[in-house]
Ligand binder design. Structure first.
Ligand code: SAH
Ligand code: SF4
Ligand code: F3S
Length: 438
């Protein structure tokens, strides 16, 4: 019996798929990469932008024929899209061959749902439940890295964003549960732990006792053995001095901060409900570089939010040049039904969005190129991750600051710390050779 999983969207979903795989393997299924051979096919969906949604509906449509040939196959749709208003109904009507629809907090129902479907009954549950991670196994796929959830959901309601509606209100995972999972992973040999939350900096505010994200970082930072601790995502309004201090105190907490800015215009930020100004953000960046001079700061930026003028957009370009991000994920604003920005006036025409995103990407590429050039001729400690699928005989790893480095393939290095001498850089990609092994 075989299972197939297609994962769309962010790290949150990638990690949820590891839990789904764990449940299925526990039920006796083995992984396969070909959906047409699967007994259970899972689509773990994302609805952050319209492009993601369109792609998923396309893939679901293509399944109709496969399911006709193999009527015993169980098709599961879960993840963020299924939690959106009206989507479960739409799937029932337009994609009647889908057997199971599950929401983002309902993974604990997966086994029961599949068993129900195998008795030729539909199963659908998108109530906001919350499972305990500890209640089922996980099948991890990202060694030497391991993802660890610390908080779920989001309370911020940025006016463009669907996440609070599909992932529910913010809930922190108990401090002791997180520590226990991290210790277990380190004992199993994982070399990098990445803490996950929509806003990791607000971790703990809903828990009893005096816990905060900084106290969580310090508790993990104290752990023995060589490993790296990373985390994402940080909301600029909540990144405290205490967190910056914790990063600088513990060498195993990486100086790599994903700090989405979204826009460089204070007026657009206000309408996005981000709750910081351009100056607040730039002051925060100064504070980070003052304590962590080699920090790798990355970001998410959106162009074409309703009402964005050429002037607003130029403020974004100017901010990008000032901050010197090591990389930036750039997005075209996409209207999401149910969010406040959906009904704002002055929606920006696609032609303008397209022109702006091109300019933004080339502006950031210039910045990345400059940073890369300063790294050539230096040595960096890199955690070797494994083969780089884009190049033959090449493996890759990251510097503490999060920059990807390519070097000659040697399987025995996977999961080890090596010192790499950077020989050349082609814009975002660094190439080097191993000069020292752990
Ligand atoms: N919790 C994270 C981001 C989650 S979504 C944070 O607050 O930073 C990841 C990114 O998708 C966001 O940072 C934003 O840049 C982008 N995004 C969210 N909604 C979007 C929309 N409606 N259109 C385009 N991009 C969007
Ligand atoms: Fe969305 Fe804003 Fe929450 Fe991030 S902080 S998930 S962008 S609402
Ligand atoms: Fe992530 Fe997409 Fe959901 S970005 S939280 S999978 S809507």
């Amino acid at each position: 019996m075989k299972y197939f999983i297609h994962t769309y969207g962010c790290q949150m979903n990638i990690h949820d798929s590891e839990k789904i795989a764990g449940i299925l393997e526990n039920m006796g299924y083995v992984n396969c990469d070909d959906v047409s051979q699967a007994d259970v096919a899972v689509f773990n969906t994302c609805c952050i932008r319209e492009t993601a949604e369109k792609k998923i509906y396309g893939h679901l449509g293509a399944l109709k024929k496969i399911k006709r040939d193999r009527p015993d196959m169980t098709v599961v749709v879960c993840g963020c899209m299924s939690q959106q208003d009206g989507v479960a109904e739409k799937i029932r009507e337009s994609y009647p061959f889908v057997d199971v629809v599950l929401g983002t907090g309902n993974l604990n129902l997966l086994q029961q749902a599949i068993e129900t479907a195998q008795n030729r009954k539909k199963f659908s549950n998108i109530e906001f439940l919350q499972y305990r991670e500890e209640d089922f196994p996980q099948s991890r796929t990202s060694y030497p890295n391991a993802w660890v959830n610390i908080n779920y959901g989001c309370n911020n309601f940025c006016t463009y964003c669907i996440v609070p509606y599909v992932r529910g209100r913010e809930r922190s995972r108990p401090f002791g549960d997180v520590i226990a999972e991290v210790n277990k992973l380190l004992a199993e040999g994982y070399k990098e732990i990445t803490l996950l939350g929509q806003n990791v900096n607000s971790y703990g505010h809903d828990l009893d006792g005096n816990v905060s994200f900084a106290s969580l970082l310090r508790e993990i930072g104290k752990s023995e053995g060589k490993f790296r601790l990373r985390f994402m995502t940080s909301h600029p309004k909540d990144l405290s001095d205490d967190v910056i201090d914790a990063i600088s105190e513990y060498p195993n907490i990486c100086n790599n901060i994903h700090l989405p800015v979204q826009s460089g215009s204070t007026e657009i930020l206000r309408r996005m409900n981000r709750r910081y100004t351009r100056d607040d953000y730039l002051a925060l960046i100064d504070k980070i570089y003052a304590k962590l001079p080699d920090a790798g700061i990355t970001t998410d930026i959106m162009v074409g939010f309703p009402g964005e003028t050429e002037r607003d957009f130029e403020d974004t370009l100017d901010l990008v040049r000032r901050v010197k991000y090591s990389s930036a994920f750039c997005f075209v604003y996409s209207r999401r039904k149910g969010t406040p920005a959906y009904s704002m006036e002055d929606q920006i025409p696609y032609s303008v969005k397209k022109e702006r995103i091109t300019r933004l990407i080339s502006c950031q590429n210039e910045v990345t190129k400059q940073i890369s050039a300063t790294m050539v001729g230096k040595r960096y400690e890199v955690l070797a991750e494994g083969a780089n699928p884009s190049y033959p005989d090449t493996m890759c790893g990251r510097t503490e600051s999060g920059r990807l480095v390519n070097f000659k393939y040697d399987a025995s290095l996977t999961g080890r710390f090596v010192t790499v001498y950077i020989e050349r850089a082609s814009s975002a990609t660094l190439w080097g050779s191993v000069v020292e092994e752990e």
